[in-house]
Write a protein that binds this ligand. Sequence first.
Ligand code: G3H
Length: 541
Amino acid sequence: MNPISPLDTLFPTTDQVPEAYRLGEPIEQREYLVDGQLRHWGGPVVTVRSPVYLADTGEDRQVVLGSAPLLDADTALVALDAAVKAYDNGQGAWPTMRVAERIQHVETFLASMRKQREAVVKLLMWEIGKNLKDSEKEFDRTCDYIVDTVNALKDLDRRSSRFELEQGTLGQIRRVPLGVTLCMGPYNYPLNETFTTLIPALIMGNTVVFKPAKFGVLLIRPLLEAFRDSFPAGVINVIYGSGRETVSALMASGKIDVFAFIGTHKAASDLKKLHPRPHRLRAALGLDAKNPGIVLPQVDLDNAVEEAVTGALSFNGQRCTALKILFVHEDVVDAFLEKFNQKVAALKPGMPWEPGVALTPLPEPGKTDYLATLVADAETKGAKVVNAGGGAIRGSFFYPAVLYPVSADMRVYHEEQFGPIVPVVPYRDLDKVIDYVLDSDYGQQLSIFGNDSAEVGRLVDAFANQVGRININAQCQRGPDSYPFNGRKNSAEGTLSVHDALRVFSIRTLVATKFQGANKELISKIIGNRESTFLTTDYIF
Ligand code: G3H
């Protein structure tokens, strides 16, 4: 008799879902936010499905969470007009507001947002299958990011409150907004990554049109009132619908000044090309990645395995920073695989709310088929799934597949799987690994596992001009959020961190004058009479 696979009992019945996480009535969302009003959409909607299935009827049934509006291009353009009006060519109340007041609006929003933690966390679990611990972390990390952003802006503003004197020229330099910003985030961090562009864009005085990610849509609904009540009309507008219909129209209008997007490089290029005034458009992009983990022959294998497993498989590998290919030296590859497979076997599959669960269903329709195709392709070219149960599928669930030995002719060697497949490539000559990084179309991060200082030092130098972050004996990751997060080639445009994001969404403007009698007097008068919000020595405490 076959032992019972954990996948046999993967999907629960409704009764098995803890009461605190059980769903109420489906959420039939019709509201969207434009010009300070929650408007009702009477047109078509899209059904929102969960990656979770329920086994109430004895067979697995995908849960329907509700529906979300499918706005058309004209309605998206109305939202854009609201943002354009609120910006008013930089003359609007928001872009000209004192920094201290803008901060107050953001703090009001944060206080309201915190009250929605439970609702958002629950929807993160049901909409994208993120486990409870990571869903809570995503929410809390986002709140921390907002607090840190406020503090960073206070610092920045304090530094700008003084005048400079250079070669007889008196100047005051301040960062000012860029204009109307389109913010679009990814489905794997539908709250956090979106807000790492949305909040800096807003706080610097830009006005925003925000379109939630393709999954993780309903979880923005509990925040709509908070947006509406915390910001002046038109400063933040939230639209829904297909990107092709809505976002294409926004870009083609030529009225977007900043494009903040996290997704594929292909989608980003297609959208950028639609903008008729390319020099007006600034872009902050977080794109594809294929971060390698490199295991050297002299290595603390236990640490390498520990980091590589979480690096490759946390949130089922659906992180842009995930380790998506492992190069392991031939001398240690057998031992590495044995330990790695043991750790993978210890990862608990289950539903997002189950204690200790690590592997959960995937939200993208068709994703398990795609992953199976990658595995089949590798198998026909000589690789094997070397972990027990690897590649098993149940509905939207794909059990991690460790593929070995992977070679350059296989699709998974090049394609970003964005899911639970771990390709392991054996190597003897380090040049093979260095060439992989040099020739890659991506350049986000990589991890080096080893303890021979000469070898690690050599690799750091080989890769320093290739990727945005080199992790030594640690998995790839974005945090801490005070560190720069960027990438080269097709992996990113611009650098984000709490500090950098304030700069990405603004530009320095200098007011300068010759340092002489009448000018000094004029400037003093403007400051003394408080006749400008730009020219001021006000200090935010
Ligand atoms: O999906 C990409 C995220 O920026 C990764 O962030 O490294 O904190 O998971 P993380």
